[in-house]
Design a protein around this ligand. Structure first.
Ligand code: ZN
Length: 493
């Protein structure tokens, strides 16, 4: 009996030992499987491609006004945008090796750090980018007019932020940056232009709404800049309670020319007897002028010299393309054909009695040598865009638009009759339930990288950032597109 019991126990022990071993084996296999799963997940993630290059665009991460946001140089496209905490970020893409670098934080903006500010994201200080003749990369960023703590603004009023200039520590290397103290901190809406001789012009508004527009010139690759020179004058109006204010968009023309499209902001007092709405983003008219950087003269389209800084009266007399009457305007853009005849686009929409206008549509204007021709361009959908003029007849508009109300699209529209009619040629990106913010066209663009786009997402201040060209978005390994996204509160604590 005892013997039997012993044997049974032994058998039981053996069984439980076997079970133990089996369980152990199973456990090890499971762990092994798990590791394998993990590894394969990593492999999958690595292999997975995203069509965006970064997920940390912030607010209106790019816009047409602050430009260029990108430059193509020696086989590489360099791009910049507003990232977390409104700081400027720079990334690059090598078209030969297909390698992405960055984004790297290129400076620290004074804006975007105050959790108590009423306007959560200011958006005015997003960067503009330029590469000088020695290969150093420059950005201007962070400004919205400066504050009273910065002292008197000799050319306008104050608001917020500090316009700063950062430069890469090494040529064509976006990984490390130095912020210099050589431009006016009162600037906002920075726009860089480099001429063929290497001279650099930084255009900006010297303060808040009630400020002159100026440029600062550098002849030593941005090591130093001359003092700001006004070209559009702000001033008090006498017959109504308002000031003259401006929104130019500045770009390189042919040869030594810099070309400017602009509209007028009637900057009403908050309390005024003319309009019960008070101060509203009311802008009118379409203007054009040219800066001959060789002679230093400013001219209208008829080659007549202009007295600078340009006043509202002189602008109306000498540089007007069209009066939009009661209609409101937004964001002009200009380009010039090889013969020197300019074309201009401007968003125009009706005054609907509210603090914003009704829907704005792009209007296209072409100087034919004698007069400004307003195109019908009725087939262009609603949206904001940039203009590329190949000849008097051959024109393209790169457009961000909402089709059917819920599909965001970035597309190129071509005209072969000087803007009279446009046909959709290429769709670069299309997303349901999305809308986009777009940059100006990249300077000297590679066909695969023409424009930078941020995708607005419901319920988030962050944007996926895309680099778009004729082959659609430039892709990147998905695990390389995810970046830290600090909150304002976290930063302050
Ligand atoms: Zn104003």
């Amino acid at each position: 009996m005892f013997r039997y019991a012993f044997i049974i126990t032994k058998i039981r022990m053996t069984i439980s030992k076997k079970v133990y071993i089996i369980i152990n084996c199973f456990f090890l296999i499971t762990i092994g499987c798990k590791s394998i799963t993990k590894i394969s997940q990593n492999v999958t993630l690595k292999a997975q491609k995203a069509d965006y290059f970064a997920d940390n665009g912030f607010g209106n991460a790019v816009a047409i006004v602050q430009h260029p946001s990108g430059v193509f140089h020696n086989g590489i496209t360099y791009v910049c945008y507003q990232g977390p905490l409104e700081d400027p970020y720079v990334a690059s893409y090598n078209h030969t090796t297909k390698e992405w670098k960055g984004p790297f934080k290129a400076g620290i903006s004074q804006m975007g750090k105050d959790p108590n500010r009423k306007k959560k994201i200011d958006n005015h200080g997003k960067p503009a980018l330029l590469i000088d003749d020695e290969g150093y990369i420059h950005i201007a960023f962070g400004g919205h007019g400066g504050t009273h703590e910065d002292g008197e603004n000799p050319l306008g009023n104050h608001h917020y932020g500090k316009n700063l200039h950062a430069v890469s520590k090494k040529p064509l290397d976006i990984s490390s940056w130095e912020t210099l103290d050589n431009i006016s901190l009162f600037g906002t809406y920075s726009q860089f232009v480099k001429m063929d001789n290497g001279d650099i012009y930084l255009f900006y508004r010297h303060g808040a709404h009630r400020s002159d527009w100026v440029y600062q010139k550098s002849v030593d690759n941005g090591v130093s800049f001359n003092k700001p020179v006004s070209f559009l004058k702000h001033k008090r109006r006498t017959e109504i309670e308002a000031e003259d204010s401006w929104y130019p968009w500045v770009s390189k023309g042919n040869g030594d020319d810099i070309i400017v499209a602009f509209d007028y902001h009637i900057c009403r007092d908050n309390k005024n007897a003319q309009d019960a709405r008070g101060h509203i983003p009311e802008r009118h008219n379409v203007y054009y002028m040219v800066f001959d950087t060789k002679t230093g003269d400013w001219k209208n389209v008829k080659d007549e010299r202009l007295k600078m800084p340009l006043t509202k009266e002189m602008a109306d007399e000498k540089t007007l393309i069209t009066s939009t009457d009661l209609d409101w305007t937004f964001q002009g853009v200009t380009d010039v054909d090889p013969k020197g005849n300019p074309q201009v686009i401007m968003l125009v929409g009706p005054d609907i009695g509210e603090k914003r206008s009704g829907p704005k549509r792009l209007q296209h204007f072409r100087w034919n040598g004698q007069a400004w021709i307003k195109s019908k361009n009725s087939d262009l959908p609603r949206g904001n865009g940039d203009l590329e003029v190949k000849s008097a007849k051959e024109v393209s508009i790169y457009l961000e638009s909402d089709t059917n109300g819920d599909v965001g699209e970035i597309s190129r529209w071509d005209s072969f009759n000087g803007g009279e009619s446009f046909n959709k040629r290429t769709v670069f990106l299309r997303r349901k339930n999305s809308s986009f913010v777009i940059s100006s066209l990249i300077d000297n663009p590679h066909p695969d990288a023409r424009i930078i786009v941020g995708e607005k997402e419901e319920g988030s201040d962050y944007r996926k950032m895309y680099l778009l060209g004729d082959s659609g978005p430039i892709k990147r390994n998905k695990n390389k597109t995810i970046f830290e996204k600090p909150t304002i509160n976290k930063f302050n604590n």
